[in-house]
Design a protein around this ligand. Structure first.
Ligand SMILES: [Zn+2]
Length: 127
């Protein structure tokens, strides 16, 4: 059985910038704006936007949107502060939307998928 060598990564779907490590996934069962999202202990190559209070399903939180440092697409958000005691573990952690990131081990198929999406978009644009 061959083991994967090197760190497994998640990359931005739009520009393939490396944004998080597979080993930093805390939970895969979070809810993002557009479906499923992952909770990460760290993220890299990202830009954190201004803080704002947001009422989420699990209560009031101070969050900041997180952007890809390369293409500036919104990837998710960072939990700056949780007000509920049971949600404190999320402070300083990152939510990245599953639809915005891709596992690098599947990079080739993902790239093809993104590429086809762009192609369909440009096709729509032409029509
Ligand atoms: Zn990007």
């Amino acid at each position: 059985m061959a083991e994967m060598v090197g760190p497994r990564l998640y990359s931005c779907c739009n520009c393939r910038n490396h944004v998080a490590l597979h080993d930093d996934v805390i939970s895969k069962s979070f809810q993002g704006r557009n479906g499923r999202a992952f909770l990460f202990s760290h993220a890299m190559n990202i830009v954190v936007g201004p803080k704002e209070d947001r009422q989420l399903m699990t209560g009031l939180h101070t969050v900041a949107d997180v952007f890809c440092s390369d293409c500036r697409v919104v990837l998710g958000w960072k939990y700056e502060r949780a007000y509920e005691e049971t949600q404190k573990y999320k402070e300083g952690k990152f939510i990245l939307e599953k639809s915005k990131i891709h596992h690098l081990t599947k990079e080739i198929s993902v790239f093809a998928f993104c590429h086809i999406n762009q192609w369909i978009c440009s096709l729509h644009f032409l029509i």
